[in-house]
Write a protein that binds this ligand. Sequence first.
Ligand code: B3K
Ligand code: ZN
Length: 888
Amino acid sequence: MKESQGKTVYLRDYQPPAYLIDETHLVVRLFEDRTLVHARLAMRRNPDASPESGRELVLNGANMELQKLTVDGRELAANDYTVSGETLTVSKVPDKFTVECDTLIKPQENSTLEGLYKSRRMFCTQCEAEGFRKITYYLDRPDVLSSFTTRIEADKAKYPVLLSNGNNIDSGDLEDGRHFATWEDPFKKPSYLFALVAGDLESVDSSFTTCSGREVQLRIFVESKDLDKCDFAMGALKRSMRWDEEVYGREYDLDIFMIVAVDDFNMGAMENKGLNIFNSSCVLANPATSTDQAFQRIESIVGHEYFHNWSGNRVTCRDWFQLSLKEGFTVYRDSEFSADMGSRAVNRIEDVSMLRTVQFAEDAGPMAHSVRPESYMEISNFYTVTIYEKGAEVVRMQANLLGPELFRKGTDRYFDNFDGMAVTTEDFVSTMEEVSGLDLGQFRRWYSQAGTPKLECSGSYDAGAQTFTLTIRQSCPPTPGHPEKDPFYIPVRVGLLDEYGKPVSLHMAGREHGEDIVLHLAEPSQDFVFEKVASRPVPALLRGFSAPVRLSYPFARDDLMLLMQFEKDGFVRWEAAQQLALQVINDLMDSRQKGNKKEVDQRLVTAYESVLELALGDAGIDKAMVAHLLLLPTEAYLAEIAAEVDVDGIHEVREFLRRFLAEQLEMKFLAVYEACLSGADYVYTADESARRSLQNTVLNYLASLDKPEHWQRVRQQYERANNMTDSSAALRALVNNPSAGSAMMRDELLAHFYEKWQHETLVVEQWLLMQSAAMVPDNLPQVVKLMAHPAFDIRNPNKVRSVIGAFCFNNAVSFHKLDGTGYEFLADQVITLNGINPQIASRLLTPLTRWKKYGQERQSLMQQALRRILAAPDLSPDVYEVVSKSLN
Ligand code: B3K
Ligand code: ZN
C-alpha cells in the first residue's frame, strides 16, 4: 500500500494558499527518451494566507527527477529543501521571489494518460485535476491563478506542430533539426487548464466573428487521415459560440480557439484554455463512419468544453470539492444548448433516463456523495454522474425557480463578480438569491446531502367538495456517513387531466393558476388541495422532471394510457409508457416466480398499437419521441429500481415481452418500418435522425422474431445503407438476437463490416462494442476472444471501454453469470489496469461495487472478487478508494 493510499482530504480543512504564482514561464524540451522542463515562477506571499502558515514553500510534484532548483538565482543546496512523497519543501522563502526549477520526465513511459504523455506519435497533456504536478513542481491547486508563457522545443520533422494555451508569439528553427514555438496566455489560469501538444498534425481552419465584431481563428488539429472528419465539430463549435452569446451574453475572449483530437484519452474531452483536447471519438465524424448518436454526442461535448471557457475557466473552482460549480453548471448549459439545437422533449427524456439509471444507482451505492462532497481520497474518482448530472439538475431547479429573466440576471452577475476568481458553489447560490430575493436556505441541502429523495404520492378526489387532494411524502435513504437526512426543498411541477385527457384549469387557495403549477414541497409530508375539480382527475406529475427524485403514484393502467395519449409534457408522457410497461413486467416477473404461464395485459399491446398508429397517421409527429415511447424500460433501469436484482428474470421477461409485442403488432411494426425507409442522401438533422431512430427501433422488434423474411430485411438495410446509423443498427439487430437462425448471417455481416472498416479506428471501436455488449447469455468467451483481436489494445481507454466496459456495464446476464466468471474476469482486468492506468481501472470497477443489490450467492462472489483486488500489490489510490469503500 502506498503512503498516499488511505489519506482522506476534507473540505473543512481548506486553507488559502500560503503563496501565489503571478507568472509561470515554462520551457519544455521534448526528446524521444526524456523531456526536460524548466519552470520559472514569479511568486509572492498570499496576503490572505493564514498567519500560522509559516515561511515554508511546499510545492506539489510527482514522478520526476529534480535536476536543479534556485530561489532568486541562488542554487539551493541539498539541505535547503526536501523532496518527499509528492511534495518539495523549501524551508524558508522571502515575501517575493523567483523559483527556477529543472526537472526531467519521461512522457513516453507515462501510461496513466495524466500529465504529459504520448498518444501514438504525438505528445499531449491532461492536467485536470492534478496532472500538472507530473510536469513540474508547482502549487497545483485550482485557487492559484497565474499567467503562462510556454516555449516548446522539439524535432521539427517529427513534431512540426507545437501548441499551447493562448497566442503564438514566437517560433523559429534551432540546431539539429529542431524548432521551437512560444505561446503566451494573457488570462490568468490555474495549472489544471494548462495544455501542450506536439505532433505531426494538420488542421481544418475557419473563423468566427464575435458579437462585438472580433474575428476569432478556429482550428481543429488532427492526423492527416482524419481531415475528412472535422466539419461537423467545426459547425458545432460555431453554433456553441453563437449560442453562448445569445443565451448568456458570453463572448469568446482570445483571438484563437483550437481543438486537438487524440486517440488515447481517459475521458471525453478537456477544456484547456484556448486549446481543448478531445478524445477523437468525441470530435471526429462523418456520415460514412459515424452514427446519429455520435453526431449528437459530439455537438454536446464540443458545446460543453466551449461553454467551460466562462463556466470553469474565467470563473473557476476554489478547490475540488467545488467541482460541480463548473461541471454541474456546464452540463446544464450544454443540455440546454442541445435542447435548442434539436428536440427539447427528447433531449430531456434522454438526460432523465441516464440520470435515473446511472446517477440514482450511484446515489444508492457505496460511493454515494453529495453534489459538494465533504471528503475524498482520490479526486479523479469524483468526476461522477452526481457531480455532473445531478449537479446540472440542481442548477436547472434554480433556473426554473428564478425564471429565465432573473436567472440570466443571476448568471450575468455571477460571471461579472467572480471573473478571474476561484469560487465556491455557495457563491453561485448566494448570487441567485441576491438577484431574486428568494430564500434558498433549505434548497442548499441539494449540495450538502447525498441520496435520491423519494416522493410517495397519493391522490383523493372528493366529488361533493369538488376537490382533489394530492398528498406528497418525502424521505431520503441513508448514504455512507449520513444516516439521517433533513427534508429537501423540492419543486414539483404538476397538472391535472380530466377523464377525456383535457387539461383542467387549476385552482388552489382561491386562486387560478392556469394548467400548470409548481408545488413547493418543503415538509416531510404536505397536502395540496386543488379546488373546482369537476370530476376525478388524472395527475400529470413532475412535468419536465422538475426535480431529481424517485416519484411513485398508484396509477391505474387506464390512467397511464390516458397520459400516454393526451399529456403534453414529453417526460410525463414517456414516463407513463415506462410505468405501464413496468407494471406489465412486474406481472410477468410474478408469474415467472410462481411458475405460472406468462400472460400479458392486452392494454400494453393496445397502447403500443396506438403509438404506432400515431406514427403512421401524423406526418408531423416527433418520430424520436415515438421511438422512445416504444422502448421498454432498459434492463439497467429495471435493475436500478429493484430491491434485489433478479438478473436472469429481468432479462428473460423483458426479452419475452419484446418478442410478444413484435408478434402481436408485427404488421404495424412493418408498416412503420416501411413508412420510415428513405432513399434520400444522408443529412444529420433533428427530423432525419428522428426518422432513423424510429426506423431502427421498429426494425429491432421485427428482427427479434424467428422469421427469415425479417432477417432479410435487416440484411437489405445493411447492404443498402448510405450511412453508419442504418448499417450499424442493422448489424446490432442481429448481434442482439439470440436466435440461432440468424447466427450465420450475423457472423457473415460482422466479418464484412470489419473487413470494410478495419482502418477506421472509431468504427472498429463500435464493432468491438456491439459484440461485447450483445445482450446474449454467456458472452464472456466472445469478449475474451475480442481481447485477443489485433484491434484490441489494453493501453487505449476507448478499446478498454468498448470491450471490457461494454461487457461489464451493459451485459448483465453474462457479467452476472452465477458461476462468477464475469466477476473473476473483471477483477483480473482491474488488477492489470491498476498498473497501467489507475483512473480507467477504478472506473471499470463500478459494477462490482453494487454487490448489495444482488442475491446471496452473487454477493459473496462479488465480494470475493473485490477482496482479491484489494489484496493485489501496489494498488493505486484510485482503485484502493473504490474497493475499500465498497467493501465497507
Ligand atoms: N473537465 C474535464 C474532466 C477532467 C477529468 C479529470 N479526471 C472534462 C469536462 O468535464 O469537460
Ligand atoms: Zn466539464
